[in-house]
Design a binder for this molecule. Sequence first.
Ligand code: ASP
Length: 440
Amino acid sequence: MLKVLKFGGSSMASAEQYAKVKAIVEEDGSRSVVVVSAAGKRNKEDHKITDLLYLCHAHMKYGVSCDSVFGMIARRYLEIRDALGLKTDLEGALDRIRADMENGMSEAALASRGEYLSALLMADYLGFDFVDAADWLRFRMDGTVDREWSYEALKNLAKGRHIVIPGFYGSLADGSIRTFTRGGSDITGALAAAALDADVYENWTDVSGVLMADPRIVEDPQSIPHLTYSELRELSYLGFQVLHEDTIFPVAEKNIPLNIRNTNDPSHPGTVIMEHFDEDAEPTDERRFITGIAGKKDYSVVTISKRGLSSEVGAVRKVFEIFENNGLAVEYTPNGIDSFSLVVSGAKLEKVLHSIVSQLEEKLAPDEIQVTKDLAIVAAVGRRMLDRPEIPGRIFSALGEAGIQIRLISQGPREVNVILGVDGKDFATAVRVLYNSFVK
Ligand code: ASP
C-alpha cells in the first residue's frame, strides 16, 4: 500500500500546522510520499509566501530593493523551524536564494522557493528524504509535462524511500525552473501519485472535502462523500473551487482515487473522487440523488426570433459564426421553434454587443433580437439523476413554490445535471431552496 499526500498552503502555514501534518503522516505507515505547498496564510490578513516571492521579483525588475519583503519570507520559515526545534540549514538556503537573485534569478525560479523551503523543513521534521521536484518533474518547452520521463525519474528516485517533494514546479531539459499556474502543487501531487501507482492520492486542505453548495450561500453545507470526475468537472465549471483543473488527468488515467481531506479535522473522511463507484455498495439515501448545487451569476441571453428559424438551413451555423468571430464563447443554447437563445458571459457580451447585433441583423434578418441581462445559472449536479425521472420535476416545483421564475432550462440526454437560468436577484435563494429541498 502506498499513499501520496499533498498538503496545501494552509496546512503549511505555521509550526502548529506542521505538527498536525506530522501526526497525520505518522498515523499510517503507507503515507510515505508527501508533497507540500509554500506556507499560506495563517489568518485573513496574512500573506501567502508565493505572493511575497512574486512581489519580490517585481521589486527586482524595477530596480527597487526587496529586502523588507524577503525579510518577511525568511522570518516566516525561520520562525517555523525554531518553533519546531529543527536544525535545518535555512540560513544557507536563504543565502543561496539571495545570491541567485543578485544574478538575475527568473520569476519562476524565485516563485518556486516557497515550496522548496517548505519541503526542506518538512523533510527534516518528518525524518523523510528531500527529493527536489526539479530532479524529476520535467516540463517541455511548450509548458506541458513530459510524463513518461518524469514518472520514470520519480520511480527511480523514490524507490523504497520515505520522501518529501516540493510542489508547484519542475524543470526544463536545460535545468531551468518552470512552475505550473497558481495552485499547481495539486498537480505535482497527482503526478507523483500516478508515477508511483499509488493506491490513493490524499489532498489535504482546510475543508472537509468538497461541499455540496457554496458555504457563503448555504449555511454549513454537508460535504460530498463520493464524487465522479464528470460531476467534479460540472461543479468546477460553475464556480466550485476545489482543485487545480489539471489535477484530475494523471490520477483519473490510472484510476487512482483522489481523497480530499481536512488537516484541521483529520478524522473526517472527506470526499473521494473517482471515475465510477460501485453504486450498489452505497447508501440509497435519497439526498444523494443530487451530488451538489452550483451556480454562477452575470450571464446575458441573446434571443433571436424569426418565423421558421429552426427550419432555415444554415441559420444556426451563421449565428454561431457571428459569436465566434466576435470571440464570444457560448455557454448554453436553449431554443424554440421560432427562436434561438445563446447564453454568454454578461461582461464579455457588453464589449461586442453592437457588433454582434448588427451582424445578426445583416446575416439573418430576424424579426427581433432581445438581450436579457443579469441572468444567473443554477445547476443541480448528480450522476444518479439520469435514473430518476421525477427529480427535474421536483426541482421545478421547489423553485416554483418559492416564487422563483425559471427563465431557462437545459438538460442534455447524457448529462449529470439540470441547468436552470434564474434572475440574478433570485440566485442565492434558488441555491438555498434546492439545497433545503434535497439535502435537509
Ligand atoms: N504556492 C503556489 C501558489 O500559491 C502553489 C500551490 O500552493 O499549489 O499558487
